[in-house]
Design a protein around this ligand. Sequence first.
Ligand SMILES: [Zn+2]
Length: 291
Amino acid sequence: MTIKTWSTPVAPEESRPVPCALCGGEHFKPHLNCEGFAFVRCARCGLVQMNPQPLFKAIASRYQEGHGNDYLSYELANEAGFLRLQELALRDAGFDEIEGALKNRTAQTGQQPRVLDIGCATGALLVSLRDRLWACTGVEISPSAEYARRERGLDVRSLPLEENHFPDSSFDLVLASHLIEHLNNPADFVKEVYRVLAPGGYFLVTTPNISGFQARLFKGRWRSAIFDHLYLFSVKTLSALLTEKGFAIERVRTWGGLAAGTAPATVKRIADRAAKKFGFGDVMLIRARRN
Ligand SMILES: [Zn+2]
C-alpha cells in the first residue's frame, strides 16, 4: 500500500467552482498547499475542500481500465489488508451489537438483515457478511464491480448510489469506507443514504480525519491530502453534515497515530494508542443512525 495516488490534477476546463457542500457558502480561504493543487477552507463552516473542483466525468474516468492504471490489480493485491482494516473498523463501531439488534428485528419477519456497501471494490467484505447471513448489495463504479459479480456472485451495481434508485427503506445497514471524500456532492449522497435506509437503520462512514495528528503535522504532505480527495472532513464537519440530513451520531472513533515506517515500532504503538484514546487519529469512523 505504498501508492499515495495515481491521479494528477485535471485541466482547468475539467473543473469548476462550487458552493460549500455543507453550508452553501462561497467564501474560501487557502488551507493546504500540495504539489500542483491546493485545498481551501470554507470561511463560514470550516469544511476543507478542493475548489474549483474536478467534474464527475474527469473523476470517473480514473477508475476505468486503460487510464494508465490497473485499479482491479491494485484492489486484489491489497484485498486481504483492506479487509482486515475494515473488520477492525467494524469492531470499533460496535458491529456485533448492531448485527444482534438487526437480526432480532428482522427474524420476526423471517428476513435477513440487508446491507449496502458503497464503494465495495472486489466485494471481499460483502462475502464475509454474506457468510454471516446478511442479504448483500454493493455499489462500485470501477471495473472491480464486474469481478465481484462474476467471481463472487454478488449483487454489485456499477452506477453511483443516486443513479440506482433503490426504493425507500431498502437497507438496514449502509457502509461507506474511504468513499465520501471522493464524491462531488457528499450532501446529496448523505441524503440518499438516509432515504434508502429503513428507520432505525445504521450508517457507518469511514474517512480520513483532517483534525487528526498526522494532518496537523504534515499539512500539504499529509498522505490523505491527495488529488483524489475532494473533501477532507474533520469529526466536526462530518458530524454536521450527517445531523443536518437527519442522522443521530451514536459513536465516533479515530485511529492511527503515526504512519508505518515513520517511527520506531514502540513509538508508533504508543502514538496509535494515544490517538485512539484522545480522538486525534488519522482516520475516523462515525456511526450514525436514521431516526
Ligand atoms: Zn461551508
